[in-house]
Every structure is written in C-alpha cells, then in structure tokens.
Design a protein around this ligand. Sequence first.
Ligand SMILES: Nc1ncnc2c1ncn2[C@@H]1O[C@H](COP(=O)(O)OP(=O)(O)O)[C@@H](O)[C@H]1O
Ligand SMILES: [Mg+2]
Length: 446
Amino acid sequence: MPDISISHREMRLAESISRQLSNALTRRKLTPAFSDFYITRLAGLTPLIAVLDTAKLGDHSQYISADLLHQLSTDLGGLPVYLSNHSGVRYVVLLSPLPRLPRKVDLPADAPRGKLAIGVRFTGQPVLLDWETFLHLAILGNTGSGKSIFLQSLAHQAIRDEMKLLLSDIDQTTFGMLEGHPNLDAPIACTPRDALGLVEKAIAACDQRSELFKALPEHPQKLSEYNALMVKQGKAPLPRVLVILDEASTVLTALGGAKGAMGQALATLGWRGRKFGIHFVFAAQEFTKEIIGPVRDQVGLTLCFRVRNGQMAERMGCRGADRIPEGRPGLAISDRFGPLQTYFVDRSCLAGGGNILPAITEQEHNLFTRALADGGKLPAAKIQEWGQVSEWQARRMLERWALMGWLAKDVHRDNAFCITPKAQVLIANHPTSQTGSDRLEPSQTV
Ligand SMILES: Nc1ncnc2c1ncn2[C@@H]1O[C@H](COP(=O)(O)OP(=O)(O)O)[C@@H](O)[C@H]1O
Ligand SMILES: [Mg+2]
C-alpha cells in the first residue's frame, strides 16, 4: 500500500496554496475555474494537483504559458509550479522539498552490458540508454563541472561493449590514460586538424558500411539488423564506433564555425552515422546558436553540467543548469530526464589502459570457462542446464553472444555453437582469470 497519509502541515499548506493560486489568476484577469484540488504521493514527493475546468475557459493558452507559471511560482514565494497538460490542465505544486541527489555515485560494475549508464535520478532510478536509439550526445559545462569524468565513463562503457573509439582531447586532460588502447581506431587527436581527421574517418566508415549494407538483399536499416544477418551467415559482426570530441567548440571555432569544414563534417556524421552504428559525443563549455544549429536535430540527449549562461542552458532544453552550485561536480540537468547525478569513475582505475569494467559478466565467464573445459561447444541446452535459466532465456543469451561474436557455428563440429577465439581473450582478461601480468590483446576485428 502506498503511504497516503497527509500531515496537518501539508493539509494547511495545500489549503493556503489553493487560495493563493485562485487569487493569482483573478489578479491577472483570468478565471480561477478550478474543478478540483487534491494531494497525492508520487515517487517520494507530495504534490498538490490543481485541476482547471478547461470547458469553462474556452481558449486556455494563457493558462499554460511559461510566463504565467513563472508568475504563479513568484506569488507562491518561489515554490516551483509545474504544468501537466496531457489530460486537461493541471498545476502541480510540490508540498515537500525536492529530495536531493547524492553527491557521488560510482559507475556500477554490474551495469547492464550493451547499454549506456548515464547516472541516477532523484528517485534513485538509473538512466540507461540504448546505443542504437540515443543517436548522439551534447555535453555542456564550465571547467571543473564534471565533463571529463563523464566522457571517461562513456569511453569505458564503450570499451566494455567492444566498441571502437575515436577520441579528441585538445587540452590533453581527459583521455591520456587511453593512449595506445587497442580499441582506439586512430591516435588521440590533440589539434583541431586531427580532430577533423577523426570525424572524416568516421564518415568514411559510414561509406564503407553503406556498401556492405547495400550488398545484402535484405537491405538492413540499422547496425543490429545487419549484424544479425552476418551472424546467421557465420560472419563477424561490425562493432559500433564512438567518436568523442572534448573541447568541441574550440575545434569548431578554429575550423571556421558551423559552416566550416568541421561543422559540415559533424552535420554529415550526425545524420549518416545513426544507421551504421557510428555515434558522436561533443562536449564544450559554451555552444553558440550558430555552432549547435546544424547538429541540434541529431542529438538524442543533452546534458548540461554547471554553466554560467542560463539562457544557453535553456536553449539546450536544460533550464536551471546555471543554478547548479560550484561544489557539485557531476550534477547535471538533462533535456530528457531532468536533474541527474552522473556516474563517477576513478581516474586511477583507468590509468594504464586497464578496463574497470570486464566485458563479460561473472555468469558469462563461468559458463564460457565450463564450455571450454568441456571441449568448447556451448549449445542452448547447456546454457539452460549450467546457467539454470529457462529455455527461452538460454536462447536469448545464445543469440546475444553470437551477435557479440563470442559464439559461432563451427562447420567442422556439426554446426554446433562454439566459443570463439574472441571470447577466449575476454575470458583470459576477466578479473577472476587474471593470475599475473599476461593480459591478452584482443585480435583486431574489422
Ligand atoms: N560524477 C562526479 N561525481 C563526483 N565528483 C565528480 C564527478 N565528476 C567530476 N567530479 C570531480 O570534479 C573534478 C573536475 O571534474 P572534471 O570532469 O575534470 O571537470 P571538467 O572536465 O568539466 O573540467 C574531478 O576531479 C572530480 O573530483
Ligand atoms: Mg575537462
């Protein structure tokens, strides 16, 4: 049962707010046609809901303007007033203070594979994105607000998911520890010219993949469809590619702004990359209208850490980021999920190119090692038996591992699914297999 007991204090506050809302509308020559006021509990909050009878209002555009909401909030002594207008018009006023976000949350080692973990909301819920749907990311924030740590957490999740990386680090403060990492598809760019080279390389990869897609009679529309077809034919899947540009506005400005070579290249990559599993993230202290214009529509999520310029944050859909206090690095306003505490990763864990996040889970490690000891075959029936999962789950696991290139049908062994050399590298590099310094390097794929 949800807790719906309302305290006397909340009751009195609700009554007073209801009166003040009516007065505030009357003062502005609007009709206080409220049909209902009620208090509820929602995700740990206690909002008062004031329902307007839209039938009595006629044109209600004035009642839902951002301007009016702002004025109502001022009349209520600064209490935020939200609007819920998917069924009728309701004002929502919080009676309880906003719960606080934790100051620091470590990126969980068991975050689901194949998804991008961004951070936690104040309800404690993690925000997880699918690589396939998030498109590209825009990150804004002053120096010291948490951009670099966030970009590092993205890079490490990408490595865990066996993606290829193209990194640009003009200030050389973010990605030094990944220098020479086997997942890098090119050296880390330190000049605007080199950064442009990375984006051009990513566009060239789109061209290559476009040819590969076209050669298939099924005409796949996205990378996951293409990879599923490849696996069916016993061929290697293509990895996703993540391009991360730190200090992106420096790079853009140096190369002629939005209309210059870099602006054009990013706009091209923006719309082409999506289909081919090539994503980019660009981070900067400031975005001017001119710079953000051409890529705005391609960005699936904008995160705004602490910034000075409130208007810029608002333009990016992250209103209030200028009010984030200086001592709260990692706290960000997102355009899709509101405030978030983004995950923290420790620089010392990342040093030496090590993976903080093993690519395979404990369970996968155990099953694969057992299969190797048993001759290398891992059919669905064995997954079901050893992993103590349902037949359906076993089949899903097998499909996913085949897509990752960890299992493949072996024509010399009755076409049974067998552990691949690629999976053997991951097994050897898993923390529980590590006996000494002899890490295996992944063999280069595609
Ligand atoms: N998500 C986070 N949680 C807690 N502390 C953080 C977080 N991100 C950054 N910090 C702290 O803030 C400092 C500056 O962060 P950094 O990512 O280098 O900022 P920026 O790249 O925006 O200049 C870090 O050294 C770290 O101590
Ligand atoms: Mg930085």
